[in-house]
Design a protein around this ligand. Sequence first.
Ligand code: N01
Length: 530
Amino acid sequence: MTTQHDLLVVGAGLAGLYTTIHAERAGLDVLGLEAGDDVGGTWYWNRYPGARCDVESIDYSFSFDDELQREWRWTERYATQPEILRYLNHVADRFDVRRHYRFGQRLSAASWDEGLQHWEVRTETGLTATARWLVMATGGLSKPQLPDLPGRDTFAGTVLQTSAWPEGPVDLRGRRVAVIGTGSSGVQAIPLLAEQASELTVYQRSANYSVPAFNRPIDDEEWAQQQRALPRRRELSWNGAAGSPWTSHPVPFAETGEEERRAVFEESWTRGGVLFAKAFQGLTVDPVINDAARLFFEEKLAERVHDPEVRATLTPRDHPVGTKRICTDSGYYETFNAPHVTLVDLRTEPLAEVTPTGIRTAARHREHDVIVYATGFDAMTGALTAIDIRGREGRSLREDWSGFPSTYLGIGLPGYPNLLVLNGPGSPSVLSNMALTSEQQGDLALRMIAHCRDRGFTSIEARADAAEAWTAHSLELADRTLFGSAPSWYTGANIAGKARGFLPYIGGFKAYIDRCEEVAAAGFRGFVLS
Ligand code: N01
């Protein structure tokens, strides 16, 4: 039986949960559909050892409910995946949101019915539902990509994927483990896998910049201090470029001397992880500043990795600092000092095939009992193009997005009325704190819906010219930076055949919010309401 609703929300991660809670408060009949068996999104699937957030726990949490903020006590500066998942379960319980969801329901198709002015959706298990509004909260990094390696499926040992790690314990003691992939997932998992494995072999295609997290437990004194500072911290985050309270050194790089530069790099290094890229304003724009950061990084690397050859292989060569997301690690580089850990440089020794017993490179065959794929995602667009989405007159999103995706503010797609994409391409999304961007995006979607309902409109659709102009603006901002020179998932470069272009909006979270507010104040200028 096809059920009818006002709103369908796809996904029960941060953005989906927020939107569903607030849709109910707005009096909408909402149905949530989630592929996983419970809430959590990214934090439901990515259960690999070492998984934790690279945004501090105090910031990576909802801000909309003061009691919720006060009652949840984070235990570490950077929360682990199990702790974040517990938090999202707590949110789901507290706001009784699960009753709106159907779990284990992966969307396979969605089509717009112009006559009935609603979306009809179908899941892989055959569930069907209709609703006037369709909110896609499907996540920017939720469509895993497993490389099509020759012989991949012939491997007779255990195959694991960081993005679909089993729920139960995985015992790797005494086993010869291979890891393919050294992005944030691999970098977090490798030190913990090395603790268990009898041999660990890391197959690296490109070296990444990784900065220690300087993670620590939050004791009661620090927690009390954080609680006192929270209102100010939130204010800075909502007004910042990346949804967090951190800013760059106030003095421009060119006006600093050698000693001050070192002190600034040292300080931002000890802030931990991705925050290193914020040391100086313009670090990811100006090659001179970037090069200074690179030299500082290389000095640190020299302290962490003993063997010069291994260190040379671990030194990033193909992108400026911060133009691929900096990895946030706990003991990553030091792991390569251990005698049972081997680094294989796929640049000099390309991967030839996976065999039933291991991996063959151009140089030799290595035997493994387990292969772990930490090979990333079809980011920002993959979760949407995996679904057969049909808009006005049957047009296909998959076809429309075979080129670079054109969106208006990331949320509106011309030709797809009432389809609202949260944290989509053209929004700050992955460049910002996803907890706050999810609140902002959920609110924006619900405001668009309320605006239409209050005025008797049944649809809202981004105008093609508005989407073109926004997308061109977003790409132009990215062109002014060094980001385009990195072969990263930000630009689609990690997926064969994917259209290239910088996917997130890089103009900053606050600038983006301001633009959304202007558009809303002008009656959602750039959208057609009918
Ligand atoms: O994925 P990635 P990820 N043969 O795409 C390699 C967030 N995140 O899951 O660089 C050999 O970064 C690929 O090599 P190359 C965060 O935003 C956050 O690690 O393409 N290797 C690369 O090394 C992050 O940026 C956290 O040459 C192959 C790796 O696989 C994003 O998610 C933790 C290959 C993929 O790295 C994605 O991170 C985890 C092949 N055929 C994730 N194909 C936090 O810390 C791919 N690779 C919060």
